[in-house]
Write a new protein. Structure first.
Length: 466
């Protein structure tokens, strides 16, 4: 019975904290999502910590402040951080030492052989011994997995910023086009009124008036559609910033003048001047490159672990027994022998996994180089077309100014000037569209390099100061 007295405290130590169910608070989650607002004190603290130069409260939201909102509120980033927490817990689990085994037995004899004592009882301890540094290798593998999860947090954050950048470019294009269509519709209304007057006087026919009316109606329809699209884009910006409309008004977006922003970027084009520069940034900055390297390092550690398994672990078994009046102590040793398989078979799969990761990394580098070349070609083509359309726009602007002067001097009819003005607004529409296309191509280069160049006004201000 003394044996049980010794063993009982050891058994009681295994009775730790009991499992407690933790159901998902569905209704609380819904309330948290709906109540998320940039006016929260937690977000204010986050902004002041991460970006002290940001003025609080935020009056006009730019790419930097919207990114801060996404980093704080967006659930996708919360999932990435949770995955990282799981990976960190994996490091602790990998470092746990194997549990010590404890075996006991109790027997009773009928004294048929004249035993001094009818009772026999004993205690044996199983002490596992990990060989070939396997425990440290397991910790190394878990650390690489944590590195991969940490890189994925950065990838997720970059994805959120990239999506917001594309949203802002689309909004800037739509707002510029809306202003253009409003002026175009006004000119078309004036031209239609002039031709309607001619029709009433018998100086024009329905064939002259009908095309103008159709163009006016088409512009009115486009303006209505564009107003709806702007509302949808503003809502998308709100959602991509991690917020909902439940308790939030549409954010006041800082105006983006595409022409001014492009002039600034063209003046600082050394960052993306050639494919070699883009490739250099891409092959060193991109998170998927860093993740690929971490995955390869993890595969190497897995191969190291598989090769270490050719050295079997040991188990030491010291014990003491009291058998029918005799006191006995013993020491055993146990292991597993690999007699049925070749040693190289133990790590054949792990070696192939490492080769597979190397092949994947090669394919990733190949893809990044191709993306660098493609994005630069696309940007150059868009920029060249923008130069052509800018010249066309300037010619139309000069012609409009000349005809307006002649019309006000009474040298030409008003309809001639209005037709030229409509042509000018059409040229302006093409220019706006192409400016947005150039900004998108710049954004693609930024995404390839994963280095902010396109929309960050703070980056632009810093560069201008230098």
């Amino acid at each position: 019975m003394r044996l049980l007295a010794y063993v009982s405290p050891l058994l009681l130590t295994a009775c730790g904290i009991a499992f407690q169910a933790n159901p998902i608070p569905q209704q609380q989650n819904i309330e948290t999502i709906q109540q998320a607002t940039p006016t929260q004190d937690g977000f204010k603290t986050f902004v002041q910590t991460q970006s002290p130069q940001t003025t609080w409260p935020i009056q006009a939201w730019d790419i930097d402040s919207l990114t801060l909102s996404a980093l704080y509120f967006h659930p996708v980033l919360k999932v990435a951080k949770s995955d990282y927490a799981v990976a960190l817990a994996g490091i602790t689990s990998a470092g746990l030492r194997p549990q010590v085994g404890l075996n006991g037995h109790l027997s009773h004899s009928n004294r048929a052989n004249g035993d001094i004592n009818p009772w026999a009882y004993g205690l044996q301890v199983d002490i596992p011994v990990i060989t070939a540094n396997k425990r440290q290798i397991n910790i190394e593998i878990a650390q690489y997995q944590a590195d991969i999860a940490k890189i994925q947090i950065s990838e997720t954050a970059w994805m959120l910023r990239q999506q917001l950048s594309m949203d802002l470019i689309q909004l800037a294009e739509q707002q510029a086009m809306q202003a253009n269509l409003a002026r175009l519709q006004k000119s078309q209304e004036a031209l239609l009124a002039a031709y309607q007057k001619r029709l009433d006087l018998g100086m024009a026919g329905n064939a002259d008036v009908l095309p103008i009316r159709l163009q006016r109606d088409q512009s009115a329809w486009q303006l209505q559609q564009l107003t709806l699209q702007i509302r949808q884009t503003e809502q998308k910006i709100l959602h991509d910033a991690g917020l909902t409309e439940q308790n939030n008004l549409p954010l006041t977006i800082a105006p983006i003048q595409l022409s001014q922003l492009l002039k600034s970027r063209f003046a600082q084009s050394q960052t993306y001047a050639d494919a070699a520069t883009i490739q250099h940034y891409a092959l060193t900055n991109r998170m998927d490159i860093q993740r690929g390297l971490a995955q390869y390092a993890k595969a190497e550690s897995q191969l190291k672990l598989a090769m270490a398994k050719r050295y079997p672990d040991l188990s030491l078994n010291p014990g003491i027994a009291y058998e029918y009046g005799d006191k006995i102590w013993g020491l055993g040793i146990g292991t597993m022998l690999n007699l049925l398989n070749k040693s190289s078979d133990l790590w054949a799969q792990a070696e192939q996994v490492r080769q597979n990761e190397a092949t994947r990394f090669y394919a990733l580098q190949h893809q990044v180089i191709q993306l660098s070349e493609q994005s630069l070609i696309k940007y150059r083509g868009a920029a060249n077309l923008l130069v052509t359309l800018t010249r066309e726009y300037e010619q139309q602007s000069n012609r409009k100014a000349q005809l307006e002067k002649q019309w006000r001097q009474g040298l030409i009819d008003k309809t001639e000037y209005l037709q030229t003005e409509i042509q000018f607004y059409s040229a302006q529409q093409r220019l706006i569209t192409q400016q947005a296309n150039v900004m998108r191509s710049l954004q693609e280069i930024e995404n390839v390099m994963q280095k902010p160049i396109a929309l960050s006004q703070r980056e632009m201000a810093s560069a201008n100061q230098k």
